[in-house]
Write a protein that binds this ligand. Structure first.
Ligand SMILES: [Zn+2]
Length: 93
C-alpha cells in the first residue's frame, strides 16, 4: 500500500504532496521537502510525529482519475483444463 503525505496538512498553504511505497519513503521525501521548501535543516521530533500522523494510505485519498487496468487486447483465457471426470473412482467394472 503506497502512502501519501500532504504537506498542506502541516503547512497550510503548501500544496506539496509526498508519495512513497511506505511511511519511511514518504518521511524521507517530506524531510527533503521541509529542508528545501521550508528551510528546516532537521525535523524536530514533535514535528516528525505530526508528519507521521499526517501520512495516509494513498487509496484513502480520492483520486479523480483512476487508471483503468483494462486496456483491451489482453484476452482472458476462459478455457479450463479438462479432467477426465467421467471415469469413476469407485471401480470401473
Ligand atoms: Zn511544504
Amino acid at each position: 500500500m503506497s502512502k501519501v503525505l500532504k504537506c498542506g496538512d502541516l503547512m497550510p498553504g503548501c500544496n506539496f504532496v509526498a508519495e512513497g511505497k511506505d511511511v519511511a519513503e514518504v518521511m524521507a521525501k517530506g524531510a527533503e521537502h521541509a529542508k528545501t521548501a521550508h528551510g528546516m535543516a532537521s525535523m524536530p521530533p514533535d514535528l516528525a510525529a505530526k508528519v507521521q500522523a499526517a501520512i495516509n494510505d494513498k487509496s484513502a485519498t480520492s483520486t479523480p482519475h483512476s487508471p483503468s487496468p483494462l486496456q483491451g487486447g489482453e484476452r482472458v483465457n476462459t478455457a479450463r483444463p479438462r479432467f477426465a471426470s467421467s471415469a469413476g473412482f469407485a471401480g470401473a467394472t
